[in-house]
Design a protein around this ligand. Structure first.
Ligand SMILES: Nc1nc2c(ncn2[C@@H]2O[C@H](COP(=O)(O)OP(=O)(O)OP(=O)(O)O)[C@@H](O)[C@H]2O)c(=O)[nH]1
Ligand SMILES: [Mg+2]
Length: 445
């Protein structure tokens, strides 16, 4: 394989810029590195960091730190050299040109991680976890990604794979020597193993749906007719005076958003323009934009004035949010409560009454802290989810045919499940599968 290189930090003016080189001829870079006394750098132990002077073809010198990783003790499993330059893009670009001139080529996006996969350092679930670890927007998400990078999901899948192989061995032996029926206890064991796999895959699919917030972030829109206290609630939750508050209905003319964390999950909180019938074109426009935000939100807080009964506008908003994931909250309880049963939660933003309970509810919704299953550490990707769903179809077939003693059919269905699970870990892969995964990576990863 070619020897590849790329900056693994942004190529911008900064304190340090690091270049990674990976491949058989990584050590060729030593011809560009000398010690202080101009002597060559030669022998190296399996991992070490040293000081050197790097001279580019254009004659630029820089004092650098380089780390040598002898294969397989590196990220890619190949010989790797990482060099830290002073953070001047001019120096580093010249160094990159110099590397190209000695027979190395720039790495493609994700190519280092792809090589780690091809060299057996990590499987595909771990490769995907690399991306999740970099991109996850929450504390929990980062923790999950780390576990997965360490092989938590890989181990679960590999365990299932070896169980299926065991079952297939029994069944194929039986196909070859069909004189006797399979022992009842063996059939029962197969059923229980396959049911367990079914349960695990269903849980992983559920995790994919539940972890949406960890993966993509979560948005909550506060909606309601003018003057019910939407901007006041927004400010209270943000703990800052972000939105204008006044007793004039129609204060918020356009939606406002800001990020707030609940249980370590970042939430895009949106305060919308009070929704009402109006002839004011500008206000109409703001209401339209707010309605659009409402339709895109993961959760809607419908805010109403608890001290007054519903008016036509309240009813309209309740109707138009009935298919949303919503919480109905009555505000201004300090002024009284009319018909308490209309509300899921009652608060008074002025004074903060009841808000803790509302915040706890939001935390519960976005963090899914009820997930204590073995796989809760998994960051299930869309690719994996599709494969799990496909595998389940064959698993249901297995459970259907097992009692009919059609062992050829059973072997076929199990073989299909096996193939799919091996695609999850990447034991079996095609170039298309790899491209789909690694094309999403950035250069240098
Ligand atoms: N008594 C009482 N007044 C409140 C409470 N919460 C907000 N208010 C007042 O209600 C008025 C309207 O508050 P806003 O937060 O601007 O209401 P809004 O829903 O954003 O209104 P628009 O932007 O016009 O749609 C202000 O005078 C607030 O001080 C509360 O819990 N009790
Ligand atoms: Mg407002």
């Amino acid at each position: 394989m070619d020897t590849i290189f790329a900056p693994i930090t942004p190529l911008i003016t900064s304190s340090v810029i690091v270049i990674r080189i990976s491949g058989e001829s990584s050590k060729d870079v030593f011809q560009l590195l000398t010690k202080r006394d101009n002597s060559d750098i030669k022998s190296n132990v399996s991992r070490e960091t040293k000081y050197a002077i790097f001279t580019t073809k254009a004659g630029i010198k820089d004092d650098v730190l380089y780390t040598y990783f002898q294969n397989p003790y590196s990220y890619t499993g190949e010989d790797v050299v990482e060099i830290s330059f002073h953070g001047n893009p001019v120096i580093v670009k010249s160094a990159l040109e110099t590397l190209a001139s000695i027979g190395m080529r720039p790495a493609e996006p994700g190519e280092f991680t792809k090589r780690a996969f091809l060299n057996g350092k990590i499987d595909l679930t771990q490769s995907e976890a690399v991306l999740d670890l970099i991109e996850s927007k929450s504390i929990i998400g980062a923790k999950c990604a780390y576990e997965q990078l360490n092989g938590s999901l890989k181990k679960d899948i590999e365990k299932s794979v070896s169980k299926i192989i065991d079952i297939m061995t029994i069944i194929e032996a039986h196909i070859d020597f069909p004189e006797e029926d399979l022992d009842k206890s063996v059939v029962a064991q197969i059923k229980s193993d396959v049911s367990e796999l079914e349960k695990m895959l269903n849980e992983l699919i559920e995790i994919y749906d539940r972890n949406k917030a960890l993966r993509d972030g979560y948005s909550i829109a506060i909606v309601g007719r003018p003057n019910v206290g939407k901007s006041s609630l927004m400010n209270y939750l943000l703990k800052e005076e972000r939105a204008l508050v006044s007793d004039i209905p129609g204060t918020t003319r356009d939606y406002i958003d800001a990020v707030v964390h609940f249980s370590g999950v970042p939430i895009n909180l949106i305060d919308t323009a009070g929704i009402r019938f109006t002839d004011d074109d500008l206000e109409k426009w703001g209401i339209e934009r707010s309605l659009k935000k409402l339709s895109e939100a993961d959760l809607v807080i419908v805010l109403m004035d608890a001290s007054m009964s519903n008016d036509k506008e309240d009813d309209n908003i309740l109707k138009s949010t009935q298919n949303n994931n919503r919480i109905i909250v009555g505000n201004k309880v300090d002024k009284g409560i009319v018909e308490q049963s209309r509300f899921d939660y009652l608060v008074s933003v002025k004074g903060g009454k009841g808000i803790k309970r509302l915040e706890n509810k939001i935390s519960e919704i976005v963090s899914n802290n009820d997930s204590d299953t073995f796989a809760s550490n998994a960051m299930v990707t869309a690719r994996q989810k599709a494969l799990y769903e496909e595998a389940l179809k064959y698993i249901y077939n297995v459970l259907n045919v097992i009692d009919f003693e059609d062992y050829d059919a059973l072997a076929f269905e199990l073989g299909a499940v096996l193939n799919i699970l091996e695609e999850v870990t990447g034991k079996k892969y095609t170039q298309d599968i790899l491209n789909n995964i690694f094309d999403n990576f950035c250069i240098g990863k």
